[in-house]
Design a protein around this ligand. Structure first.
Ligand SMILES: CC(C)=CCC/C(C)=C/CC/C(C)=C/CC/C(C)=C/[C@@H]1[C@@H](COP(=O)(O)OP(=O)(O)O)[C@]1(C)CC/C=C(\C)CC/C=C(\C)CCC=C(C)C
Length: 577
């Protein structure tokens, strides 16, 4: 009996597991836990027969003075623990790297020649490796161990390739190769140390005798590469199945955060020609717009899960399109026409099932806006906030006749219409997608707080955009605040950088912060899974306000911006709260 192998774990595999767990904990979701357990189960059950075979055929062995003693099918307990801890560590690295990824955008219903070629070429290469493995095993010579690795690993790789080649090929290398290479290289180093110390021994008659570097046999290098590849391909296939399940509610009306293995496999086996390409195109557009237009909400979207994330992106896309149609209209008349068309769109959507009429209305919008309208999930969103949002946009148009924001009450009304409504819709989506026990009275309190929070965000938005708004003749600072400084809205339009603006901006920000502090505690009443992500959404936007309260700040495209690292730290803290 000895502790050498146990010490390998104590020194080299457990510390990274503890570190990765601590780092990933704030991001951990129930789906992640399910994925980790699922992968560990598969890894352990798939490796036991193979490992046991290798030990029984003396391909490798463990000196009795290096292991504690208990075995299962001749596999030492430490080795069994290795299957678990390696799968755990590689999975956490993968989860970390893939957090920002929105997997549905990598699904494709159209079969292009490139895709078909990639599928066959990849399949042929894997089959080639399998055939080579068989040859080495059949020869039962120096290539025996290498042959056993290939014969064991390649059928799994082939299966995962067939099921998930779309995502395997489509995902960026940082989500596929990197989580394979990082733990592989680390395990190569550990393996070298263990082989040098004699913690485990590879018999000389069944190895090729080629070393990657001194002390690392080629078979060991390929073994760790193959096992990490299998783990990552398994995770990609899992994400591919989840992406299919969350993307197509018509095919899968109800799903949970932990879908059964049978459902995951069914999703992967569904022919890609059945995918709703329009929805996939809509997701692409929504993600592009979100990434381009809002750094804060783009960051926040990464921590929302499943269908809630999809619907938030679709809601953002609709709000953005509607806001841009009004703000970027050539004239007031055009802007009013757009609002009226948006109202028709809502009327028809909420009136029922007149699909043809809805199609006609949608086709009257610019082509680039149509998908956002078509995919808006009006089936489970109340109409009230949308109509109020349009009223808010109409207040923007009043600037052509007079300055509508006379006092703080009108300012709050404006904020409630353009942003409080958005908060209400977001909360509605949270409750639609999350199981909760909230009573109607609590729900009213939460919606009210959400509305207040929306106003707070809007005030930050106004404080940030004083100059850009002045360029289009808009002044959202209440006229009576200006009066106290002997100013009129026209003075601000003439010179939005006048010295008095410093105090006025700070007053606006203080107002925003007061509303924010009043509403913030109610986030704790939201369903548990939504609290962290909602805090990230709110905090990453409010950070713009905190930046503006400081003496200096970075400006991008004429607007104050929060540096990327600071935004990430803010999001991190919000998740840890
Ligand atoms: C995570 C994710 C994808 C979230 C999507 C959030 C979403 C749907 C935002 C809509 C944004 C939008 C374009 C609305 C149109 C009206 C408008 C312009 C509102 C202003 C947003 C600013 O966005 P941006 O800076 O990109 O705008 P401009 O470039 O100036 O045009 C607003 C400031 C409003 C945003 C308001 C919210 C997101 C609501 C926040 C409140 C909560 C999350 C509720 C918190 C809950 C409790 C219980 C307190």
């Amino acid at each position: 009996m000895g502790y050498d192998y146990a010490l390998v774990h104590l020194y080299y595999t457990i510390p990274p597991a503890v570190l990765l767990t601590a780092l990933y904990k704030p991001l951990l979701t129930s789906t992640d836990v399910y994925k980790i357990l699922f992968l560990i189960f598969i890894a352990v059950t798939a490796t036991i027969p193979w490992d046991s075979y290798l030990i029984r055929h003396n391909v490798w062995s463990y000196p009795s003075d290096a292991i504690v003693g208990p075995t299962l099918f001749r596999i030492p307990a430490e080795e069994l623990f290795f299957f678990i801890i390696q799968t755990y560590n590689t999975t956490l690295i993968y989860l970390f790297l893939s957090k920002p990824i929105f997997h549905p955008i990598y699904l494709k219903s159209r079969r292009t020649d490139d895709w078909i070629n990639a599928k066959w070429v990849g399949g042929a290469l894997i089959l080639g490796a399998l055939a080579y493995g068989w040859l080495l095993v059949a020869q039962h010579g120096k290539g025996f161990y290498m042959g056993l690795i290939l014969v064991w690993a390649t059928p799994f790789v082939l299966l995962l390739w067939i099921l998930a080649y779309q995502l395997i090929c489509g995902l960026p290398w940082t989500q596929t190769l990197l989580p394979v290479l990082v733990p592989t290289f680390y395990l190569w180093v550990i393996d070298t140390i263990a082989l040098r110390r004699g913690t485990w021994i590879i018999e000389s008659g069944t190895k090729l005798g080629v070393q990657v570097w001194r002390g690392l046999e080629i078979e060991e290098a390929v073994f760790f590469l193959a096992t990490n590849l299998l783990i990552v391909l398994g995770l990609v296939a899992f994400d591919n199945a989840l992406a299919i399940l969350i993307s197509f509610p018509k095919l899968y009306p109800t799903i949970t955060s932990t879908p059964s293995p049978a459902l995951l496999v069914r999703a992967l086996l569904m022919p890609s020609t059945k995918y709703d390409q329009k929805r996939l195109d809509g997701f692409q557009d929504a993600l592009k717009t979100l990434k381009r237009k809002s750094r804060s909400f783009y960051l926040a979207s990464a921590v929302f899960q499943g269908r809630l994330r999809v619907d938030l992106m679709l809601l953002y896309s609709f709000c953005r399109v509607a806001d841009d149609l009004v703000d970027n209209a050539k004239s007031d008349v055009d802007a009013r026409k757009s609002i009226s068309k948006l109202r028709d769109f809502l009327d028809t959507s909420y009136a029922g099932k007149n699909v043809a009429q809805l199609g006609t209305i949608i086709s009257s919008f610019p082509e680039s806006s149509q998908l956002a309208l078509e995919l808006l999930p009006t089936q489970y969103l109340p109409p009230g906030p949308f109509y109020a949002l349009l009223k808010g946009f109409e207040m923007d148009l009043e600037f052509s006749n007079f300055f509508p924001i006379q006092d703080h009450t009108t300012l709050e009304l404006y904020g409630a219409r353009v942003a409080g409504t958005v908060a209400e819709l977001i909360i509605e989506l949270v409750y639609y997608h999350t199981a909760s026990q909230t009573s109607p009275a609590q729900r009213r309190q939460i919606v009210h707080a959400g509305n207040t929070m929306g106003v707070a965000l809007q005030l930050v938005n106004i404080a940030r955009d004083i100059q850009t708004d002045a360029k289009i003749d808009r002044v959202y600072i209440p006229t009576d605040w200006l009066k106290e400084q002997n100013l009129t809205p026209k003075d601000i339009i003439r010179n939005p950088e006048r010295p008095e603006m410093i105090d006025l901006r700070q007053r606006l920000l203080k107002y925003a912060m007061d509303l924010y502090y009043a509403a913030r505690p109610k986030i704790d009443m939201l369903p548990r899974d939504a609290r962290g992500p909602m805090r990230v959404a709110v905090e990453s936007y409010m950070e713009i306000g905190r930046v503006l309260q400081g003496p200096t700040y970075q400006v991008k495209a004429g607007r104050a911006t929060v540096p990327k690292l600071r935004r990430i730290i803010v999001a991190w803290k919000a998740l840890c709260t």
